[in-house]
Design a protein around this ligand. Structure first.
Ligand SMILES: NC(=O)c1ccc[n+]([C@@H]2O[C@H](COP(=O)([O-])OP(=O)(O)OC[C@H]3O[C@@H](n4cnc5c(N)ncnc54)[C@H](OP(=O)(O)O)[C@@H]3O)[C@@H](O)[C@H]2O)c1
Length: 312
């Protein structure tokens, strides 16, 4: 079967990762069906898909039949976990939305897979390195045990729902993504502002690890999971050289020609962000063991060239 005859269902296509994946899949000749909460907006921002279907994180719906006969489902959708960095705090209601959008959303996708007469060959499901919880500098790989904090609990429940697809004979890949570096959106965009004002510096304590990944490698690992039948279960999508926050900020300062000198005290972030401050003041040192075992060759294994490329 050529890629042009392979239909892929993509949720979260309008997001940071989804937008880039959409372009990469189109380039490879796949036929794309976008599931979105706002299909009209999705059509306007991402022209070129075969269909735009209304979807929301529910246990089932009219969208479910579109999965019948698809070659693959790539499920990225979920309420932003770090939205609070833009002013939305982790209230109990928002935490519930983070959880439900993933657990109920993934349950609905797997229910539709189970009900399909012609089931997809593969489900590629998003997850996050938050699965491992906040840790010290111990290197972590796919066999490391999960953490016990809020994000870890979300990832455990999310992966559990996705893994049910295996019961229906569908190969399931769980993409444990690290911090995707994008100068426009997400963590890097937040870090850039103080550096551009020449007030950049490490987030204390500075020893916490940031397991980052260049968007090209994030897409590379998603495509690997889609196309290589050996990928099954968890696979870390992080560069092979995670850095402490201090080194990350020094490298960012070097690339921008703006010194990393003004430390950000942990307590100010706690006041501003509450529990969500953990996302930036704590971290985990995650290695892409499975991707390397499978022979994946990173375009950006080290931080400085990755930042130079993104900020050029
Ligand atoms: N970016 C990272 O650094 C990173 C790191 C680790 C894990 N991940 C995970 O990878 C996935 C994709 O990441 P991303 O950064 O591309 O995400 P994103 O930019 O926040 O976009 C995710 C998409 O999910 C949909 N969405 C938003 N809120 C939703 C809600 N309440 N319920 C259901 N769907 C909702 C939206 O699509 P529509 O509006 O079209 O429905 C949105 O475009 C996410 O699940 C994320 O947790 C990302």
């Amino acid at each position: 079967m050529t890629n042009t005859s392979k239909r892929i269902i993509l949720t979260g296509a309008t997001g940071l990762i989804g937008t880039k994946l959409f372009a990469a899949l189109r380039e490879r000749g796949y036929e794309l069906v976008i599931f979105s909460r706002n299909p009209v907006k999705a059509r306007a921002t991402l022209p070129g898909a075969a269909e735009y279907i209304a979807w929301s994180p529910t246990e089932g719906g009219p969208w479910a039949t579109a999965i019948d006969g698809a070659h693959a489902v790539i499920h990225l959708a979920g309420a932003p976990i770090a939205q609070g960095l833009l002013g939305v705090r982790w209230t109990p209601e928002y935490k519930q939305e983070i959880l439900n959008s993933r657990v109920i959303g993934t349950r609905g996708i797997v229910n539709a897979i189970a009900a399909a007469e012609r089931r997809p060959a593969v489900l590629v499901n998003a997850s996050a390195i938050g699965y491992y919880g906040y840790r010290d500098d111990t290197p972590l790989d796919e066999s490391s045990p999960p953490g016990r904090d809020f994000v870890a609990e979300v990832c455990i429940a999310w992966e559990r729902e996705a893994s049910r697809a295996e019961e229906y004979g569908v190969r399931t890949a769980l993409i444990r993504t690290g911090i995707v570096l994008d100068p426009e959106r997400g963590a890097l965009a937040q870090l850039l502002l103080p550096f551009r004002l020449r007030t950049g510096g490490p987030i204390m304590p500075g020893t916490q690890y940031y397991s980052w990944i260049h968007p090209d490698d994030e897409i590379g690992i998603l495509l690997l999971a889609l196309e290589d039948e050996r990928v099954r279960g968890p696979i870390n999508a992080t560069a092979p050289n995670p850095q402490t926050n201090r080194t990350f900020c020094e490298t960012l300062g070097e690339v921008l020609g703006s010194p990393s000198w003004l430390p950000v005290p942990e307590f100010t972030l706690r006041i501003a962000l509450g529990e969500m401050a953990d996302l930036v003041t704590r971290g985990q040192r995650v290695l892409p063991k499975r991707a390397l075992e499978l022979g994946y060759s990173f375009r950006y294994p080290t931080l400085k060239p990755a930042l130079q490329d993104l900020l050029k």
